[in-house]
Design a protein around this ligand. Structure first.
Ligand code: GLN
Length: 343
């Protein structure tokens, strides 16, 4: 076909316009990111609201002044303020990564089919939620980020022996963190001695047919997974791996399949901060997960993962300073995935 000369400059102009439109808003400079992180650190450094969890005795003994913020971008840059080295037990944040392993092993449908992906609207260790899930018509109405669903997810992990399951799980968490993680023996013992309520939940989930394996083994592995020690940088790296399509941006290892990430983030939106998940999402638009050890992770997909550790919790069991600091930083960095700018 013969080319008509005038079409060429027109086509080039069209391409140029399309390129300009497609260029995303300029990302923040490293200085701007560090400024946002440092500002949030300073602003909440002296805040005294909230109290350490004490239903697990060892958690009550953690220094409430411990406070650290880490942000890891998808291109592998690390920003920090405060104490990002001291370790605390990961607690419920582990639930995200156990769910990830179940999906990796059994596919995305395994979770909605056996546990559910709906909010319970109740506390993380609610037994009423189990009763309602049992009665629910049309399928399970619970999720893997509250204790009944989490203990069930742990019971679904593949492995011939307890030891094999545990080693596989710890290695999996470590791949997310980018370094070998280990258990806090004091917290594991303390929670094992006092976790009768979780044992009851495990038995109930077994009685109602959600858990098919030995419920006490599942509860024990669950308790051990909650006792894994992490610092703020570990948690931020774990979150950043979820922000980066399942690939750890510091080690370059593809930890989970990219296609499994959105489902995980969806449940973090629905239930990551338990019965306060809606309030959190309203303010930030970020999938997040908290733990009673004082950590919170949040994920800005395609941009960064962030984590804050500060043990004092509010009534729902979420770290007070972590919620405030992450909200400020996310706003400063325009990280809310639900926000758009009119053209
Ligand atoms: N290990 C804790 C429990 O089962 C985890 C709870 C949490 O972090 N919200 O009670």
């Amino acid at each position: 076909m013969r080319r008509i000369p005038i079409l060429r400059p027109l086509a080039l102009a069209a391409v140029a316009v399309a390129l300009v439109l497609a260029v995303p808003a300029p990302a923040q400079t490293p200085e701007e990111i560090q400024k946002a992180v440092s500002a949030a650190y300073e602003k909440y450094k002296d805040l005294k609201e909230g109290a350490n969890a004490d239903y697990i005795p060892a958690l009550a003994r953690v220094d409430p002044k411990l406070y650290g913020i880490a942000l890891v971008t998808v291109d592998g840059k690390v920003y920090a303020a405060g104490d990002v080295k001291t370790e605390v037990s990961i607690q419920s944040i582990s639930k995200v990564f156990t769910m990830a392993k179940v999906i990796e092993e059994q596919g995305l449908d395994a979770i909605p089919k056996t546990i559910g992906v709906d909010a319970t609207g109740m506390r993380f260790n609610s037994i009423i939620a189990v009763e309602l899930a049992k009665k629910a018509l049309g399928g399970p109405e619970i999720n893997p980020l509250v204790n009944p669903g989490a203990i069930t997810a742990t019971s679904m992990l593949k492995g011939a022996t307890r030891d094999e399951i545990w080693k596989g799980l710890l290695a999996f968490y470590s791949d997310f963190a980018g370094r070998p993680l280990a258990v806090n023996a004091e917290v594991f013992k303390s929670e094992s001695d006092t976790n009768q309520r979780n044992q009851a939940i495990g038995y109930l989930m077994h009685a109602y047919g959600f858990i098919k394996a030995d419920p006490m083994r599942a509860t024990d592995i669950y308790t051990e997974q909650c006792s894994v020690n992490v610092n703020a940088k570990d948690l931020a790296t774990m979150a950043a791996s979820l922000a980066n399509g399942g690939k750890n941006p510091l080690t370059g290892k593809q930890v989970i399949q990219t296609g499994n990430v959105p489902g995980l983030l969806a449940v973090m939106v629905t239930a990551g901060l338990y019965d306060d998940s809606g309030k959190w999402y309203y303010r930030t638009g970020l999938p997040a997960k908290s733990g009673v050890g004082g950590g919170i992770i949040a994920v800005s997909p395609g941009k960064f993962g962030i984590a804050v550790i500060s043990p004092p919790l509010d009534d729902a069991g979420n770290s007070v300073r972590a919620q405030k600091a992450i909200t400020d930083i996310s706003n400063a960095l325009k990280a809310n995935p639900l926000a758009s700018t009119p053209r």
